[in-house]
Ligand binder design. Structure first.
Ligand code: SF4
Ligand code: SF4
Length: 498
């Protein structure tokens, strides 16, 4: 591995609260969007002349629209419970990465312009003007929040820093200071249908090649169909599943599940992306526009069910917002939830005996599971509380004989972010990503040492890409990270029920 140009935190036996390093990450921010990344999303191309007034007006608009935003800004009592809960603070030591301090970057301006005390006695209530320097701090530190919501679990008032970071990014887009990585990607989805900008012929070629690979390996013709009219299921999956490792093995796993269960299914070339970065930039209109492609594709193909593949934030948008953004979905089969997660589908099939799995195929592995933030803290699966924790674990346990959980305080609703979520999975933020991964790496290292864990499974495209990068930085093998449906796909005994 190439030498890093920054120091990584050391992995100790326990997670330590770091020594404070004020402003350590102050100058660290992602590339700013260029005019041609901004325009397709409806944002000004560059910082507008009257940016201060536009920003304050936009803040006022959001305060009127989202009651939660105002409540979060008004209700912090500075109890400090959140201060050591953010992986970016733990990994960087920069006090502005404490959730309360991150919130205060925006709260101070809110107080100045939207509270009486802040207007007349700004110093007394920590109110300040929105200067260029403050805007730069907003840009950098609101792009050092992966919107993972871990801090909100520990806040006695449930203050959600992710919502504040989304609002900040929405305000910055409105004044022409957007983030290149997210906005360029959203533009590709609007134009072509997926984050990669992969056109239909390339998608068809890729999938045809994969079908050949599966048949060569298994001797069974498992299909990866596209644009099949009248299929029962339309699978919407992250485009990383079409080309990246280990994502692609997850896609093969979904295909094997549908194949063995005899469920007709299709991908859509029009809605060839589950990810919805509109959420990361906090922009309702763009999130809705991306969601509407899924509705349109389902209508055009005449499918009966919509199933989402392994993607964390996509599942949050799908589970929590899809019906509001793009519903009603009254044209789908009402016997199934709209939408469904692929883990729910596989779990249900396993319970009904519709899949034959041989977990001994995976006996070379001791597996742990990384709960992805947006699934764990912003969605659910199945009909029972906590289904989002139990269902993926039940699927893994059906596919492997050796499963071990990481430390309690680092899993389920207290899971640590991979370090690359929330629109931060870009090489221009590699230092932040690497340092922010430390708490998860520490917990993983512990089960490697104590239980011989060899693999970590995940159900999020971002987590998989992020771990592929940062595992080697911490001396762990890159191939440790696997898709949950890779384990399922390897364990399925094709031919036994076909
Ligand atoms: S939402 Fe996550 S990344 Fe953002 S401040 Fe809270 S813990 Fe940190
Ligand atoms: S835990 Fe909640 S109330 Fe306490 S300081 Fe953090 S955000 Fe404020």
């Amino acid at each position: 591995m190439a030498k890093l140009d920054f120091d990584l935190p050391k992995l100790g036996p326990n997670l330590e609260i770091p020594v404070l390093q004020p402003d350590a990450m102050r100058g660290v921010g992602p590339y700013v969007a260029k005019p041609d990344h901004q325009a397709p999303l409806g944002f000004p191309g560059e910082l507008v002349d009257d940016w201060h007034d536009v920003a304050i007006a936009k803040m006022g608009e959001l305060l009127g629209k989202y009651r939660s935003f105002k409540v979060y800004l008004d209700s912090c009592v500075k109890c400090g419970a959140c201060t050591d809960k953010c992986h970016y603070f733990l990994g960087t030591g920069d006090p502005k990465n404490m959730p309360v301090a991150r919130q205060d970057l925006l709260r101070s301006v809110y107080r100045r312009h939207f509270t009486l005390a802040g207007k007349y006695f700004p110093k007394l209530v920590g109110a300040r003007d929105l200067t260029k320097e403050v805007l730069d701090d907003w840009y950098n530190y609101f792009h050092q929040c992966s919107q993972c919501r871990r801090c909100s679990v520990f806040c006695p008032y449930g203050i959600d820093t992710a919502e504040i970071s989304m609002a900040a990014r929405d305000i910055m887009d409105a004044v022409g200071k957007g983030q290149k990585y997210c906005n360029e990607i959203i533009g590709k989805v609007h134009k072509i249908g997926n984050n990669l900008g992969l056109p239909e012929p390339a998608l068809l070629d890729t999938l045809a090649g994969l079908e050949e690979d599966i048949e060569e390996e298994t001797g069974v013709a498992v299909r990866l169909p596209v644009d099949v009219h009248g299929a029962e299921v339309m699978l919407v999956t992250p485009s990383a599943d079409f080309f990246a490792e280990p994502h692609i093995d997850g896609l093969i796993g979904y295909a094997k599940v549908f194949h063995q269960a005899g469920i007709s299914w299709t991908l859509s070339s029009y809605a060839s992306e589950a990810a919805n970065f509109g959420m990361f930039i906090g922009n309702y209109e763009n999130m809705r526009k991306v969601s509407l492609r899924i509705r349109q594709a389902a209508l055009d193909l005449g499918v009966k069910r919509i199933v989402f593949g392994e993607c964390g934030h996509a599942w949050r948008v799908a589970y929590s917002f899809l019906n509001t953004l793009a519903g009603p979905f009254d044209f789908l089969d009402s016997r199934y939830p709209v939408p469904q997660h692929i883990c729910e589908v596989t779990h249900d099939l396993i319970q009904r005996g519709a899949l034959t799995l041989d977990p001994s195929v995976n006996d070379d592995k001791v597996v742990t599971f990384h709960d992805s933030c947006n699934v764990a803290r912003a969605s659910r699966m199945g009909n029972l509380p906590g289904g989002q924790f139990e269902i993926p674990r039940a699927v893994i346990r059906a596919a492997v004989n050796h499963f071990v959980d990481m430390a309690d305080e680092t899993i389920r609703d207290r899971t640590f972010c991979c370090g690359g979520g929330g629109g931060l999975l870009t090489d221009d933020l590699m230092e932040l990503r690497a340092k922010g991964a430390m708490p998860r790496m520490q917990a993983l290292q512990q089960v490697v040492e104590e239980h011989g864990v060899t693999h970590m499974a995940a159900i999020c495209a971002i987590c998989k890409s992020q771990f592929s990068k940062v595992l080697p930085m911490y001396g762990l093998p890159m191939h440790m990270i696997v898709s949950v449906h890779q384990l399922v796909g390897d364990a399925i005994q094709l031919g036994t029920k076909d």
